[in-house]
Design a protein around this ligand. Structure first.
Ligand code: CA
Length: 425
């Protein structure tokens, strides 16, 4: 390799690095340090508390610490500020991990990106945001990844259905918005959806509309088939639907004076052919289906900067949870999709397998404990029975430890985050 090519490589590597900007990164690795960076809203007095925790199972007890929702049936409203920037002419990448280790029934797992003018101490559900992104679960009916953009003052939901993860492990969610108005959503560093903003959201009115001036001509014949005018009903067609049963016989003991005149029961006539209809033939006057002509929509104006926000300065967790326990971690906002992928692999990617192992080990342990407990109970029961036999008591009192009835819970909470979201929109 020549010296020149080495220099060129170094220059190009440096220029790539120079273009890469990390606007925000938070991995919660300095114990209580996050408390100085994250601000709890005072809009309501009873917001749920976030605590720093790696949860019940994890891949790395230190690295997997993140913000965990700690109180059931609460709203949460916490946010962090970073240097104000615009994503004009740059990709925008938002990435974080979510772990619903409580096996969530209903609750938000998404973030909101706000303009820097947001007053963090007053952040609430109606605070104007730029982008809302992440999983939302409520009952079996709602398990989706929200991608909502504020465009010209109005929030727009994605037209596609992106399913989120609903297990109890950590998952990495990534949104990439490009300056060519394309986007990509990744879960666990794998693309799950992509496309362009104009197609997948209703930001703009349709490009074409039906010409209001155009009308289907009155003599337009769009009947593909017509009844054959030459087809005639056969003369022997009409037969009664029901006829007296020809096989029926008057019972021997029929008394006409007592029972009245005997009549055979009616049965379905095998010769009955139903209503006659002429056969259908191709309509010689058929002109094809009339297509309403379209014109350019006068309301439509192209926008090459749908993706663009002039101010981005706060990331917030503004959500509702019925059953708490969700852990948020590894927040990253950058202009570099490649860097985000690497950071994802380096954080979530490094601890996910160990996390799974620990949970599986715990489940195995629980299973064993349950088995031993059952065995102990069984043995105790047998001993009791032997004693009873010895004492020759005839009473059969077998009290099997009754499992407490599990109540169906939180059915009524189905409103959850989604209806709250709808109110917002
Ligand atoms: Ca962490």
């Amino acid at each position: 390799m020549t010296t020149l090519s080495l220099i060129l490589m170094a220059v190009s590597a440096a220029s790539v690095l120079a273009e890469s900007t990390v606007h925000f990164r938070e991995q919660f690795e300095d114990s209580d340090g996050w408390k100085s960076r994250w601000v709890e809203s005072k809009h309501k007095s009873d917001y749920g508390k976030f605590v720093l925790s790696a949860g019940k199972f994890y891949g790395d007890v230190e690295k997997d610490k993140g913000l965990q929702t700690s109180q059931d049936a609460r709203f949460y409203a916490l946010s962090a500020r970073f240097d104000d920037f615009s994503n004009k002419g740059q990709p925008l990448v938002i990435q974080f991990t979510v772990k619903h280790e409580q096996s969530i029934d209903c609750g938000g797992g998404y973030i909101k990106l706000f303009p820097s003018e947001l007053n963090q101490e007053n952040m609430h559900g109606d605070s104007v945001y730029n982008i809302m992104f992440g999983p939302d679960i409520c009952g079996p009916g709602t398990k989706k990844v929200h991608v909502i953009f504020n465009y010209k003052g109005k929030n727009h939901l994605i037209n596609k259905d992106i399913r989120c993860k609903d297990d109890e492990y950590s998952h990495l969610y990534t949104l990439i918005v490009n300056p060519d108005n394309t986007y990509e959503v990744k879960i666990d560093n794998k693309k799950v959806e992509s496309g362009n903003l104009e197609d997948d959201w209703d930001f703009l009115p349709p490009k074409k509309i039906k010409d209001p001036e155009a009308k289907k001509p009155e003599d337009w014949d769009d009947r593909e088939k017509i009844p054959d005018p030459d087809d005639k009903k056969p003369e022997d067609w009409d037969k009664p639907e029901n006829i007296p049963d020809p096989d029926a016989k008057k019972p021997d003991d029929w008394d006409e004076e007592m029972d009245g005149e005997w009549e055979p029961p009616m049965v379905t006539n095998p010769d009955y052919k139903g209503e006659w209809k002429p056969r259908e033939i191709d309509n010689p006057a058929y002109k094809g289906k009339w297509v309403h002509p379209e014109i350019d929509n006068p309301e439509y104006t192209a926008d090459s900067e749908i993706y663009k926000y002039s101010s981005i300065g706060v990331i917030g967790l503004d959500l509702w949870q019925v059953k708490s326990g969700t852990i948020f971690d590894n927040f990253l906002i950058t202009n570099d999709p490649k860097l985000a992928e690497e950071v994802g692999d380096d954080t979530w990617g490094k601890t996910k397998d160990a996390e799974r192992k620990m949970k599986e080990a715990q489940e195995e342990e629980d299973r064993k404990n349950r088995e031993e407990e059952d065995k102990r109970r069984e043995e105790a029961k047998e001993e009791d029975e032997e004693e009873e036999e010895k004492e020759e008591e005839e009473e059969e009192e077998e009290e099997e430890g009754e499992e407490p009835e599990e109540e169906e819970e939180e059915e009524e909470e189905d409103e959850g985050t989604d209806s709250k979201l709808k109110e917002e929109l």
